[in-house]
Design a protein around this ligand. Structure first.
Ligand SMILES: *Cc1c(COP(=O)(O)O)cnc(C)c1O
Length: 417
């Protein structure tokens, strides 16, 4: 049989064809009226996608660049900061904060789990200047409760800034930056945005902009004050990734168009973003049901993210075998575990340009791998597909009103609703 290569990886993700065409046509100079019109429009679309009234800035870097910009612009050497970590990306926050001379306190949860808000409360000190966390920890498939941490900062009148890496949280999780009191929200182009790697996004609250003026860690390329000043004139401080920005505009149009009505054929980005989040949640729920029906175990059963599902293969099977077989037989690319989780888990992405068809096809391929290479008692062809089909039918019948917490989790993880 012929094979079509398909990415099921949590970044890069599959590219939207309309974004690829926009990219190929983006032969324009960045100090022109033409570019300024495009940039201004995309920046305003990003505000809707982020759900904020604050400026959203675009940086030419992978997501980590915006993480570093948050640290370099908002901290000074010797600042005490708190990192909430439960995986490789949480650990990255600690690494960056230490590189910029911060005194780092850490609340950590074992891989596959999230921390409790009581632990965070106990670790929050009077002198804590910032809390760094992920909305979703991509290395383990866990969702953290961002609104609970935001509420803690408010309730304790802490001066700490809340800095959230939502690089895989955006487009998979309901995030209400302004209403919750998130100070910094960070995104990356190669995740839910359906375009290639190369751009990062960062939005900051007034409290964060004020802090920036008083912070003195070194920054030059990622000086956000310079970037904001230029952005307000429709330009970027340095040569921007013009083609990626054109692609981003097309992708945001497509997302808005998912909420098109006869009265408003262009759709609406806020409503379209909601559909994108629901899409990821449905695909994630289908996938969780399917892998369990195929005799495997969820790595993050208590607080699963809709960005990616991390799965423990049957006992004795190296997860790399599944990654390899899916690639070799079906050209379906998934990811192994990162770091010490390599060989232990495999991860299937749901963020961005994935639909029902992709999901069903993937589960069908996974069934072929399971049935051929490690058949499980009670598992047959169709076991995973039946479970996924039922989840899809149930979720389409009930208007997905099963969120118990503001963070989108189906069980009440804190008292927030
Ligand atoms: C992908 C990702 C990043 C950024 O990684 P880059 O390779 O720098 O784009 C950061 N945090 C999370 C949670 C991610 O999934």
């Amino acid at each position: 049989m012929i094979r079509k290569t398909r990415l099921f990886t949590p970044g890069p993700t599959p590219l939207l064809p309309a974004a690829q065409f926009a990219m190929a046509a983006a032969d324009i100079h960045h100090r022109t009226a033409e570019f300024r019109a495009m940039y201004t429009r995309v920046l305003s679309q990003l505000k809707d996608f982020f759900g904020t009234k604050n400026d959203v800035l675009i940086l030419s870097s992978s997501g980590t660049g915006a993480m570093e910009a948050a640290v370099s612009n908002l901290t000074s050497p010797g600042d005490r900061v708190l990192v909430l970590t439960a995986g490789k990306f949480g650990e990255r926050w600690s690494g960056i904060a230490k590189a910029f001379g911060c005194e780092v306190d850490v609340v950590s949860a074992p891989y596959g789990h999230t921390f409790s808000i009581e632990e965070v409360k106990a670790a929050l000190k009077l002198e804590t200047r910032a809390i760094f966390m992920q909305a979703t920890e991509t290395s383990t498939g866990v969702r953290h409760c961002v609104p609970a941490v935001a509420k803690l900062i408010k309730d304790t009148h802490s001066e700490a800034l809340l800095v959230v890496d939502a690089i895989t949280g955006l487009g998979t999780t309901h995030l209400d930056m302004d209403a919750w009191g998130v100070d910094v929200l960070i995104g990356g182009s190669q995740k839910s945005f359906m375009i290639p790697p190369g751009l990062s996004f960062i939005a900051l609250s007034d409290k964060a902009w004020d802090r920036m003026e008083a912070s003195y860690n070194p920054r030059y390329y990622f000086d956000l004050r310079k970037e904001r000043k230029n952005a307000r004139n429709g330009e970027s401080a340095y040569t921007p990734a013009v083609a990626l920005i054109a692609a981003l505009g097309a992708a945001l149009d497509y997302i808005a168009g998912q909420a098109a009505t006869t009265d408003n054929p262009a759709g609406d980005l806020v409503a379209g973003r909601k559909k994108l989040v629901e899409n990821a949640e449905t695909i994630a729920a289908m996938t969780r049901a399917a892998v369990q029906a195929l005799g495997m175990t969820l790595f993050a059963p208590d607080a699963p993210s809709a960005a990616a599902t991390a799965v423990l293969p049957p006992v004795g099977i190296d997860s790399g075998v599944i990654v390899k077989e899916l690639k070799a037989r079906f050209a379906a690319v998934i990811t192994n575990g990162q770091g010490e989780m390599k060989g232990q888990i495999f991860r299937i992405a749901h963020l961005g340009f994935f639909d029902f068809m992709d999901t069903i096809a993937f589960i069908g391929a996974l069934e072929q791998v399971v049935m051929k290479s490690f058949p499980q008692p009670g598992v047959q062809f169709g076991s995973g597909l039946i479970a996924a089909q039922k989840v899809y039918a149930e979720r389409s019948a009930t208007a997905a009103a099963d969120n118990q917490c503001l963070c989108g989790r189906t069980q009440a993880c804190c008292s927030l609703k």
